[in-house]
Design a binder for this molecule. Structure first.
Ligand code: NAD
Length: 280
């Protein structure tokens, strides 16, 4: 059980990844993303989740460079994730997309690179390309995102490298129990995107009443549920007080009954697209 914001989980290739990080989906390139990433690092976050399609990798890179100087953080203490976008899936296009992400971020290696979505007819070839990139040493771990069990089975049949991570939509209304179990059985770490359901689950009365009982906020309860469930979590906020609030979850523990109550909220409700049916 992680005890501290910077605690890590050891991925299937031995690389250590923080249990907790900042997501920057829909955070504007420029000052907005620079400020939020710097606020996170200043307040002890070490993991940042971006993607080529978020169009904010340059700002993330600038924030990393400034934070290393201003907050005396070393590159090797940070864990930076990016993802290959759907239109870049393939072989040469993926190699080029990876190099462009590195360049925009101003980094000479990434910690984790993910196949963003399982694009039909493309994702298996893209996985092979990530394996090639991994062998160059320019990325410390590779993984996938939005993969259902059948997508995973498909690539595992021919994989030289088992994905280190599967980053999927996961929150109390979509708890993904079967997928988590499959990931676990293959040594793939589950990571939650939209862990707060983009705010949807924060008004839930089960969660608000548990929050009152612990003297914590609903967001803190949901994020703590992730950690106690063995799930990496990357909530997004651009506001420093919320960035601090979201990370203040290492000083309490949900009881087994409260964990079960949150587990019971699942209704397979998505805030994003179904990986079997997306048109982007
Ligand atoms: P989220 O569940 O993290 O919700 C973020 C929103 O919740 C914020 O915009 C804010 O409105 C609200 N919020 C945050 N902290 C709060 C607090 N303490 N109290 C009240 N409200 C609060 O949603 P997200 O940004 O979609 O997901 C998190 C990250 O996951 C993204 O930023 C991105 O990095 C990643 N992601 C990945 C994929 C993928 O396809 N791989 C898709 C979506 C998101």
């Amino acid at each position: 059980m992680p005890q501290h914001l910077q605690d890590t989980v050891t991925l299937n290739n031995g690389v250590k990844m923080p249990w907790f990080g900042l997501g920057v989906f829909k955070v504007q390139e420029g000052q907005e993303v620079i400020d939020s990433v710097k606020a996170a690092i200043k307040n002890g976050y070490r993991s940042i989740d971006t993607a080529a399609v978020y169009r904010n990798e340059e700002g993330v890179g600038q924030a990393i460079a400034e934070s290393m100087k201003e907050y005396s953080v070393k590159r090797e203490e940070l864990f930076i994730t990016s993802k290959v976008w759907n239109s870049d899936q393939g072989t040469q296009t993926t190699l080029d997309a990876f190099d462009l992400s590195l360049k925009k971020l101003g980094l000479d290696y990434l910690d984790l690179y993910l196949v963003h979505w399982p694009v039909k007819g493309k994702y298996a070839e893209t996985w092979k390309t990530l394996e090639k990139i991994y062998k160059t040493g320019k990325v410390r771990a590779i993984g996938v995102s939005n993969f259902h069990v059948h997508h995973l089975k498909d690539i595992l049949a021919d994989a030289e490298v088992v994905p280190a991570v599967n980053q999927v939509e996961l929150h109390p209304y979509l708890s993904q129990v079967e997928l988590r179990e499959f990931n676990r059985s293959k040594g793939i770490q589950t990571e939650a995107w939209s862990p707060l359901g983009q705010g949807l689950v924060l008004q839930d009365t089960t969660i608000t009443s548990i929050a009152e009982k612990y003297g914590k906020t609903p967001a803190q309860i949901v994020l703590r549920w992730d950690l106690q469930s063995g799930i990496i979590t990357i909530p997004k906020s651009i506001r420093e007080p919320r960035i601090v609030e979201n990370a203040a979850i290492f000083d309490f523990e949900l009881s087994p009954d409260d964990m079960a109550a949150i587990d019971g909220l699942n209704k397979n409700q998505r805030v994003g697209a179904d990986p079997d049916n997306f048109n982007f």
